[in-house]
Ligand binder design. Sequence first.
Ligand code: NAD
Length: 247
Amino acid sequence: MFDFKNKVVIVTGGTRGIGLEIVKIFSENGAKVVLFGSRKETVDKALKVLEDEGLKVKGYYPNLMDFNSVDEVIKKIYDEYGRIDVLVNNAGISANKKIEDTTQKDFEDIMNLNVNAIFNTSKSVVPYMKRQKFGVILNTSSMVSIYGQPSGVGYPASKFAVNGITKSLARELSPFNIRVNAVAPGIINTDMISSLPKEIIEPLIKKIPLGRIGEPRDVANAFLFLASDMASYITGVILQVDGAASN
Ligand code: NAD
């Protein structure tokens, strides 16, 4: 167990998959967790799942692609709790269309959520983290940020950008005792993967050196470690959690 008592943690895309597991693990370890989702219904559903497991979590649904919408909700959280310790930027969408079939809008939608939203949430929390001289920002990257992928160019492009934001903000914010890291998951058992064609996914799983698909808890464990004091000298790192799939 890690001690996150009195720590306030925000998780975007916290309603299902990897994000929901991140919410659970921080909550189980004593944190006050606030999850963000895209709509009221999915947020309410996630809060009910958590409540049934005995976990008390709050939820909001700001438009992550709009700075003012994000900033208003983050101010509300700060006013209520008096601090914001950890921001986990996890919300993301993927793509797998060939470039000829990808529209400009498809490309922009990916960039808006996977990249611009991280800018918005990070810009909003940094003044609070600077004031309290402590903070951790964690981003969900992907193993495709190591070597790209054969179709759906917007997705790896967005995750290369996530790594760039991570490494740059780590340098910019280190003087303020704010650490910034990313976790790069491999193939993880969530809706994002089950929506992909079997003929694409199955051969990839067969090639994973650890011999299995990753579970959301495998990834959540890495987030918990990176947010904890055990990682106090770790910043600017892209931690691969992929069973060596990207090696
Ligand atoms: P998922 O589709 O199960 O969950 C995505 C989350 O993002 C949901 O909580 C959803 O509410 C949120 N989201 C989607 N669109 C949104 C929007 N417009 N506004 C606000 N929130 C929105 O996916 P997942 O597999 O749990 O993925 C979570 C993160 O992990 C993503 O950043 C993804 O790129 C990354 N990732 C996943 C895998 C994998 O194999 N599953 C691998 C590498 C990286």
